[in-house]
Design a protein around this ligand. Structure first.
Ligand code: TYM
Length: 332
């Protein structure tokens, strides 16, 4: 079986619809075909300031949501990044292979550091993508399910794996990003030209999966649509409607063509009313399942402890191999 690995940040508390459609749905699907590793990336979270109690709570909430979305601890390995010290260890090695200029070119770093300002930008934020490289290479991952915004980080991973292999001999598998074209970028409901993101300009633009179902329904109903009346998938001229059609089709397992046919001659209002209902019906059981997992902390801890043990077995082996190739003296 090929290996899959991905990570998700616990920082916002609730995941949003972009996280789910762009990434988490693929985590669930790849459990069936891959030896799959998924983690809550708390080490990445502290690249920007975090309140300790909130970080701890959000890490649990993140794990509970991943289970609620369909991750099955019998079919995949679910763990918390800081429980596996090899991530920080291989991260250091990768820092020493990364060019300063190369890291400076990461667009997500440029965006985030511009937002935080030079004084509040940490070195951790700068090397964030390099830690992500270590995350992926430790598991010899072949496929990395992510949204479009992570493509550049997977490219960096390929470059560094090739560099290490070239310098020290074959060590790491070269991974491919696994990005679903249709859902790799879900757009903000209030500004369908930018991606849905936790740093959105207005909360109305993002659907938080743990919001009250009626709140989510309302956000869909007040989504910005385009001029004109026709319901047609046309990302260039109708980005708002196209985004809604993508969400609708994915959540219901229908095709865009079927939806276009269904709404022929109907207005945007009809589409939004129906999608609002679909959305509310999807989030209600998701919230309930998340709450059930959170109500059983002993079970959640056990899942994460078993996940960390399975992850460490693989990560430890890869790290030992890398250390040996680099020329570190074995600890006797
Ligand atoms: P994060 O936590 O920001 O996002 C988690 C996943 O959600 C995807 N995503 C989206 N997909 C489609 N449309 C959107 N609007 C949207 N917004 C977010 C992201 O692409 C991501 O897949 N650096 C990563 C976490 C990470 C990681 C890794 C990923 C750490 N180590 C190793 C893969 C492999 C991040 O911050 O994701």
């Amino acid at each position: 079986r090929p290996r899959a690995l991905s990570g998700i940040q616990p920082t916002a508390g609730s995941f949003h619809l972009g996280n789910y459609l762009g990434a988490i749905r693929q985590y669930v699907a790849l459990q069936e075909s891959h030896d799959a590793f998924y983690m809550v990336v708390d080490l990445h979270a502290i690249t920007v300031p975090q309140d300790p109690a909130t970080l701890r709570e959000n890490t649990r909430v993140a794990a509970a949501q991943l289970l609620a979305a369909g991750l099955d601890p019998d079919r995949c390995t679910l763990f918390v990044q800081s429980h596996v010290p090899e991530h920080a260890q291989l991260g250091w090695v990768m820092n020493c292979l990364t060019g300063f200029g190369e890291a400076s070119r990461m667009t997500q770093f440029k965006d985030k550091s511009a937002r935080h300002g030079a004084d509040r930008t940490t070195v951790g934020l700068f090397t964030y993508p390099v830690l992500q490289v270590a995350d992926i290479l430790l598991y010899q991952a072949n496929h990395v399910p992510v949204g479009e915004d992570q493509r550049q980080h997977v490219e960096l991973t390929r470059d560094l794996a090739e560099r290490f292999n070239g310098r020290f001999g074959d060590t790491f598998a070269i991974p491919d990003a696994y990005i679903v074209k249709e859902t790799g970028k879900i757009y903000d409901l209030q500004d369908p030209t930018i991606k849905m993101s936790k740093s959105a300009s207005t909360p109305k633009g993002i659907i938080n999966l743990l919001d009250e179902p009626k709140v989510s329904a309302k956000k869909i109903k007040s989504a910005v649509t385009d001029t004109g009346t026709e319901i047609r998938f046309d990302e260039e001229n109708k980005p708002g409607v196209s985004n809604l059609l993508t969400i609708y089709a994915t959540l219901t397992g229908t095709t865009i063509a079927e939806l276009e046919a269904k709404y022929q001659g109907k207005g945007y209002g009809a589409l939004k009313t129906d999608l609002a209902e679909v959305m509310a019906e999807w989030v209600a059981p998701f919230r309930d399942r998340t709450r059930e997992y959170l109500d059983d902390p002993a079970m959640l801890d056990k899942v994460l402890a078993q996940g960390a043990e399975k992850a460490r077995a693989v990560a430890g082996e890869t790290l030992a191999l890398a250390y040996d190739k680099i020329g570190f003296l074995p600890a006797k």
